[in-house]
Structure formats: C-alpha cells, structure tokens
Design a protein around this ligand. Structure first.
Ligand SMILES: [Zn+2]
Length: 184
C-alpha cells in the first residue's frame, strides 16, 4: 500500500467498490463483484486472485495526466510469467478513466517487447467499452471480462501473440558451439 502511488491490493472481497464507484447503484456494484469472481475462477492455478485499486481515482483526475490512463480497478491474469521478468503473457482487465469524466472497462493481452527499440510492453489485442452511453458499469465490465475466455483458449505462448501482431519474435537461445570432446 504505497502512499505515493496510492495503490492498494487484495482479493475482490477486499475492494471497496462503493467507495471506488460512488455513482453506481448497489446492484451495479454486485454485478461488478460477480464478474470479478468469474474472472478469478478462470485463472491458471499459479496465478493469485489479486486485484489492485486506487481510491484517489474514484473521482476523475483533473487535468487528466498525459499519456496515462488513470486506473480505478485493475487485475492481471498471468498466463506465462518468467521469473527472470524478460518475457510474459498476461491478460489485463481494468476500469479506468478513458477521457475526462468518462470511465470505461478495458481488456487487453500484454506481451513483452523484443523489438530492437525496447517498448517494454505490447498489446496485441485490446477492447474498450465506455460507461455512460447506454452502457452501465457492470455491463461494460462484463463485456470486457467476456474477452478473457477466448484469449485463454489461445496458445499459452507470448510468441503466438507477437506473431498475431506482426511483432519481432524473441531471439532463440544460441546453441553452444561444438568444440571437440569434453575434457574429463
Ligand atoms: Zn516493441
């Protein structure tokens, strides 16, 4: 719970939904919780059901920060996560401020970048639903979450997703040079 970043973490039962979404009715919050529980049920065994939230973003930041989407509630489903941190395949699900005063639900596939110029992360697939234009918070969140099962059914390999997005593949490890008999 870093005071600086304002980030808090826990299970979906720890999330203060009524505080994060002060404009949403109780049944909307229940809808969000139900969808989140369904997402937790999809996770690979090794992936902890952890959610992160930012109380300070319950109200839209003004002005909106440049180039950053202020997150309200977010989770990551780790499909492939190398301990070295050099490669990964993750599914992200967020509720965030898309534009001033306009929240939305986002789902995305995230993989490590292996370009010559390091972009760190690429999103080979993503989908966004705005809340407000006839779409309620719970429904937007459910539509975003509904992308996850299809993505989880794809090969559990970041290479598959980099190929889908025509991104450079991770270089194959070099074979050790053959250099005669191994000394005993
Ligand atoms: Zn890149």
């Amino acid at each position: 719970m870093g005071a600086e970043s304002g980030i808090e973490r826990g299970t979906i039962d720890d999330v203060p939904l009524a505080m994060l979404f002060p404009g949403a009715a109780a049944h909307e919050l229940e809808h969000v919780r139900r969808v989140a529980a369904a997402v937790d049920a999809l996770r690979p065994d090794a992936d902890p059901p952890e959610w992160e939230w930012f109380r300070k973003h319950a109200v839209c930041p003004e002005p909106m920060p440049d180039g950053i989407t202020p997150l309200i509630l977010t989770t990551v489903v780790a499909v492939v996560h190398e301990e070295t941190g050099v490669d990964w395949l993750e599914l992200e699900l967020d509720v965030a401020w898309l534009r001033p005063g306009v929240p939305g639900a986002l789902a995305a596939v995230s993989v490590a970048c292996w370009c010559d110029i390091d972009h760190n992360t690429h999103y080979p697939a993503e989908a966004v639903w705005e809340v407000g234009t006839g779409l309620r918070l719970g429904d937007a969140f459910e539509r975003a979450a509904s992308r996850l099962p299809g993505w989880l059914a794809c090969p559990a390999d970041p290479e598959y997703w980099r190929a889908q997005a025509v991104l450079p593949a991770r270089p194959k490890p070099r074979r050790p040079a053959v250099s005669g008999p191994v000394p005993e």
